[in-house]
Ligand binder design. Structure first.
Ligand SMILES: [Zn+2]
Length: 186
């Protein structure tokens, strides 16, 4: 048994290897820690990938609002009309591989990606994050004009506070910064 320290994208993970397990693993929550059981025969990269997969599945399965991609995109359209001068994203999708950020926007492809960790958050938090990302389609940088647009959503500040607390609650280690800043980035 060993314990992996929390990372940005996941809480502390306790790994138990069992010689009785041949092919399948299991994962459950124990407080703020995730406990995974894996076949003892696994080694190295294979073992790492096995653990990652179990953790990921548990994290994305937590009781949550089950908004799919279609409703996320629909929501983004509504919010864009309300707060972002009707700006259009090319696509808006949930992703499981957002490692160091809550969300991202590529101004070039106009694709917005939102970490599935946020599926469990209240709708107003998801809304504020979407408005932030939509604002990047209007203003790529975190400029004064950018914040003027992003903060048209009345709970933008509260959203940032919420996400800091949410990360702490999940035992995630996060860097100071914006919802879509990479750790150590500008
Ligand atoms: Zn941003």
């Amino acid at each position: 048994m060993w314990v992996e320290p929390p990372r940005f994208d996941r809480p502390e993970v306790e790994v138990r290897s069992s010689s009785r397990r041949k092919k399948t693993g299991a994962a459950h929550w124990s407080g703020s820690r995730i406990v995974v059981q894996i076949p003892a025969r696994l080694r190295g990269r294979e073992r790492e990938a096995f653990v990652d997969d179990l953790v990921e599945r548990l994290l994305t399965q937590r009781p949550q609002n089950v908004a799919g991609d279609a409703s996320l995109e629909e929501r983004a359209h509504v919010l864009a009309d309300l707060y972002n001068d009707g700006v259009m994203a090319n696509s808006v999708r949930w992703v499981n591989n957002q490692r160091a950020r809550w969300a991202s926007c590529s101004p070039a492809s106009r694709d917005i990606r939102v970490s599935s960790r946020l599926r469990q958050c209240p709708e107003w938090v998801i809304d504020a994050v979407l408005v932030h990302e939509l604002a990047h389609l209007q203003e790529a940088d975190h400029s004064a004009r950018f914040y003027e647009i992003a903060h048209r959503h009345p709970r933008q500040n509260e959203c940032e506070l919420f996400l800091d607390g949410y990360a702490l609650g999940l035992g995630l280690r996060i860097e100071e910064g914006d919802v879509d800043d990479t750790p150590g980035g500008a």
